[in-house]
Design a binder for this molecule. Structure first.
Ligand code: SF4
Ligand code: MG
Length: 338
């Protein structure tokens, strides 16, 4: 079956003006050739440190940014090059939930009006009875009482406000929801409730989720597959179990080493990366991770690794996989970190 969403070689570069003295201009290579798919009803998580481009991927898919190049196909229809007017019916099919439920809801609008707006925009209610029916259904779907419709955002807790944001994302009856750090600002217990709600909704409504997050502990709990981004590129993409059990990219291994494991005896060996993430204005040559990689060797500095399949469904962009198995420190997964 064809995937719900297919993204091919997506790039989003932001041109930068040179400083006061002029001279050169350049680009921020925020997203620099990213390919993945999301199946109907699936959760794909996009993970990586802040600034790796994961939010830019989400915003480019939503066409909040115009892509620099590449192709985005939703359910068989190419959407990256659509005009604003042709985008309208497409926007309905992709909902979005952002991190901060405090700033993403207009404080002067009642919940009823916050939700009625998209329903009307998408032409989903012909009269007020239909509108009411939809509003009630949305409240039921996100497990809020119907009388919440008459209240203002400030009257709710952070978790309840995120439920309102989810209701808004659902207003157009989307097939895909992009969650950009959707639970990151919430308290631990509330986080779990919202994650559980998203999982329930996924089952009830057959939703696909693109779950953008820096929090691998949450991701491990809720995703089907994971794509790891570093400096504008996907360095590894794999089913959750394979990735958490046996990462095939040194950067994934380092990220995972910081995630607590339930059984103390199972603790992963901590990999501390040296240095900071380099600037996306001038990414390193060859493998972009080579300035921080514990396993770097000569070839990494000049030759850019491509994603290659190392296990069924598991793809990693790393030259180690071209070495004989006994020389590849990632061959068994859990690092015998040097
Ligand atoms: Fe490290 Fe080289 Fe692999 Fe890049 S290609 S992740 S520098 S070993
Ligand atoms: Mg972000």
């Amino acid at each position: 079956a064809r995937p719900l969403l297919q993204v091919d070689d997506l790039k989003k570069h932001f041109p930068i003006k040179a400083g006061f003295f002029g001279g050169t201009t350049g680009n921020v290579y925020a997203v620099d050739g990213v390919s993945f798919h999301v199946d109907k009803g699936e959760t794909l998580s996009l993970v990586g440190e802040s600034g790796c481009g994961k939010s830019t991927v989400g915003k480019t898919l939503l066409r909040l940014y115009h892509p620099t190049s590449g192709q985005v196909v939703l359910d068989g229809q190419r959407i990256d090059d659509l005009s604003e007017s042709k985008l309208r019916p497409v926007r309905r099919r992709i909902g979005v939930v952002f991190q901060d439920p405090f700033s993403s809801l207009n404080p002067r609008m009642r919940v009823r009006d916050l939700l009625a707006e998209p329903i009307r925009n998408y032409g989903l209610a012909k009269n007020s009875a239909e509108l009411d029916a939809r509003l009630h259904k949305l409240m039921d779907t996100v497990r809020l009482p119907r009388d919440a419709l008459g209240r203002f955002p400030h009257e709710f807790s952070g978790g309840q406000r995120q439920r309102i944001c989810i209701a808004r994302a659902l207003a157009g009856e989307p097939e895909l929801i992009i969650c950009d750090e959707a639970v990151s600002a919430l308290d631990v217990s509330v986080k779990a409730q919202i994650v559980n709600l998203l999982q329930d909704l996924q089952k009830e409504l057959g939703l696909a989720l693109l779950f953008i997050s820096h929090d691998l502990a949450i991701v491990e709990h809720m995703t089907h597959r994971v794509a790891v981004m570093y400096l504008g590129k996907i360095v590894e993409i794999a089913p959750k179990r394979s990735l958490f059990a046996a990462p095939k990219h040194p950067y994934t291994e380092a990220l995972l080493s910081a995630v607590p494991v339930p059984e103390p005896g199972m603790a992963r060996q901590r990999v501390i990366l040296k240095g900071d993430v380099p600037s996306p204005i001038k990414p390193p040559s060859g493998c972009r991770f080579h300035t921080r990689c514990p396993y770097v060797f000569d070839r990494c500095k000049t030759d850019e690794p491509r994603l290659q399949q190392t296990e069924p469904g598991q793809w990693a962009a790393c030259h180690l996989h071209d070495l004989p198995a006994e020389q590849n420190p990632l061959r068994r997964g859990m690092a015998a970190a040097a």
